[in-house]
Design a protein around this ligand. Structure first.
Ligand code: DNO
Length: 386
């Protein structure tokens, strides 16, 4: 059974709780974005958020996310207290009845796009990743040592042409849209901040990053198990290395390796078809089937892959990912009757939302997500066995 949900960023979210309920959500994915990464979440703050959601006739089913501090990912710093704080947050969440917790293990940046306002032929707006523009960021804005080896010569040439065609303000807007896109927070990071964050990963490859994840799980899983919390790791977005950083949550093999770290229901997945689908060699229906028992939350979205490695976010039932096939595979393989919350992951900017110059959180428009949720609910009504 799948539970229709939406993401809500809290009281500052321009999309109101009532709108999400009217759109067909029964439960919400939400987080306490006001709490700095690494600190323990006080139980009172969790309760206040839960009560606010319940007063609107909804239920807080999933925490997205309790963020993992960079020190945990790099394996340096005050790990003992960071682990203890994370465990305290889990205990407090469980005490308030919220038992599914999404997190990610992406070094430095959260999700990456190169164009937050990409206009589609019908006039609606999407988000796009273009490897040429990303190379321009890496080579010309960040000027990362070693970047030259990570981009093919023709990509480098096109990146230089594109970058040279941007004026100062356009460059600044482009840079900000890459380095400061963390869910629910604005840190005003600078390129130097990113350089310093990247430097901490020198010498950390895939194996070491996975070992750091294993150390984190060793520390928090016993608490999660004890209080019935299911952790759900979110895939890398995009699902390939960027800025020379290691990636460990991008492919079926890597998901297998994570699940093998601890054979526990608390060590689970947030299956994001949008992130995983940006890699043509990820067979999403096969993965949804294979991992069905360990999937605790679903993000449903499709991307259109382009031949040069670019991709943009598509309408939920269009694009390169067959969400109907993914849902069929998941439902056929899922044994447990326990409900799994799903949310339409992102939505296009369309209709009246196009006329709102401010106030749309990238990816989280009201109308585009409502369309996605409605389409997915229709699919489920038609195919859902339960
Ligand atoms: C973007 C999101 C991500 C996701 C986090 C999960 O829209 O999918 O920001 O919430 O990476 O930890």
């Amino acid at each position: 059974m799948l539970e229709p949900s939406m993401r809500w960023f809290g009281p500052d979210d321009p999309v109101r709780l009532a709108f999400l309920r009217q759109g067909g959500a029964q439960t919400l994915f939400s987080s306490l974005h006001q709490i700095p990464y690494g600190e323990a979440w006080p139980r009172e703050a969790i309760r206040a958020r839960r009560e606010e959601i319940e007063a609107a006739g909804l239920r807080w089913s999933v925490v997205e996310s309790v963020p993992v501090h960079e020190d945990i990912k790099t394996g340096g710093g005050k790990l003992t207290s960071l682990f203890a704080n994370y465990a305290t947050s889990l205990r407090h969440l469980a005490a308030e009845g919220i038992r599914t917790v999404v997190y990610n293990f992406m070094p430095v940046l959260d999700w990456v796009r190169t164009d937050m306002a990409f206009t589609l032929p019908d006039g609606s707006r999407s988000m796009r990743y273009d490897p040429v523009h990303f190379a321009a960021f890496d080579l010309h804005a960040l000027q990362r040592p070693g970047a030259v080896d990570d981009h093919a010569p023709e990509v480098r040439d096109r990146a230089a042409d594109w970058w040279n065609g941007l004026d100062g303000p356009a460059r600044d807007r482009f840079i900000a849209s890459i380095i400061d896109v963390f869910p629910g927070v604005k840190w005003n990071l600078t390129l130097d901040d990113i350089r310093a964050m990247l430097a901490r990963y020198a010498g950390i490859g895939e194996e070491q990053l996975r070992a750091n994840l294993a150390r984190f799980l060793d520390a928090v899983l016993p608490v999660a198990e004890e209080c019935g919390v299911r952790l759900a790791i979110h895939p890398d977005d995009p699902p390939f290395p960027v800025l020379g950083l290691p990636r460990i949550v991008s492919t079926a093999g890597q998901l297998d390796a994570i699940l093998a770290l601890a054979d526990s229901p608390s060590n689970g997945l947030c299956f994001c078809t949008g992130s995983l689908g940006a890699r043509p060699d990820n067979d999403l229906p096969a993965m949804a089937s294979r991992f069905a028992g360990r999937i605790h939350a679903l993000h449903l979205r499709s991307t259109t892959l382009e031949p040069d490695g670019s991709f943009h976010e598509a309408s939920h039932l269009e694009g390169s990912t067959d969400l109907v096939a993914v849902l069929r595979a998941f439902l056929a393989a899922r044994q447990s009757a326990e409900p799994v919350p799903f949310r339409p992951d992102h939505g296009l900017v369309m209709l009246d939302d196009l006329e709102k110059p401010e106030g749309i959180t990238p990816g989280y428009s009201a109308i585009g997500r409502l369309k996605g949720l409605a389409e997915i609910r229709g699919v489920l009504r038609a195919i859902g066995p339960r």
